[in-house]
Design a protein around this ligand. Structure first.
Ligand code: GAR
Length: 203
């Protein structure tokens, strides 16, 4: 039996549209050996976002498929998943990624997403980043949190792997709440990936 310390890291790609704090955190955990993943590729929706600085610092190759957004969702999906197959990637991690991506059958339960609310509340098209936290505050929620789930072909909908909660405080604004939720996200994503990897290893 192979122990965790000698296991070959699982090849992943991280897909981004924003500042890339998750990309940086996952690359840090990979480098320290705390998470047995090999971040082989960063796919981005744009070539001018903060996340790409993190990719550069970690020497992760970057691709920006269809930056002009000219392709249909299906053609975009073909481009993305053929890049992943070519790079030998086994799992795709969406981390602040904001574009609809149809998932081919062969990739069901191999694409993970993190969302900054307790799904199914405050999910779906139009709910991302601060829009989520604004809506949570407006509704008067007393608890919020984050969700890591497998991605299916409906926005923010697939089977849930991990949820973590945090309180919503009376004097919160969207920034303060986003920061509190993000601290939970930093725990939730590695936890969900460990779960996913153990399923992969046993399958
Ligand atoms: C995270 O808070 C993540 O939950 C959210 O974007 C942020 C990405 O931060 N994702 C969504 O809103 C997706 N619907 P990062 O780019 O700094 O990693």
């Amino acid at each position: 039996m192979i122990s965790n310390s000698t296991a070959i890291p699982h090849p992943v790609a991280v897909m981004v549209s924003g500042t890339g704090r998750h990309l940086d955190h996952l690359a840090t955990l990979a480098a320290s050996g705390e998470l047995p993943i090999d971040v082989r590729l960063c796919l981005s929706t744009r070539s001018d976002i903060g996340a790409l600085q993190h990719a550069k610092r970690w020497n992760i190759p970057v691709q920006v498929p269809d930056e002009a957004r000219e392709l249909s969702p299906e053609a975009y999906s073909d481009l993305v998943f053929s890049a992943l197959e070519q790079a030998g990637v086994k799992t795709l991690i969406l981390a602040g990624f904001l574009r609809f991506l149809p998932i081919p059958d062969a990739w069901q339960n191999r694409v993970l997403n993190i969302h900054p609310s307790l799904l199914p509340a405050f999910g779906g098209a139009g709910y991302y980043g601060h829009r989520v936290h604004d809506a949570v505050l407006k509704r008067g929620c007393k608890v919020s949190g984050c969700t890591v789930h497998y991605v299916d072909n409906v926005f923010d909908h697939g089977p849930i792997l991990v949820q973590r909660t945090c309180p919503v405080l009376d004097d919160d604004d969207a920034d303060r709440l986003a920061n509190r939720v993000f601290l939970e996200e930093l725990i939730a994503y590695p936890e969900a990936l460990r779960q996913h990897l153990s399923v992969q290893a046993s399958g």
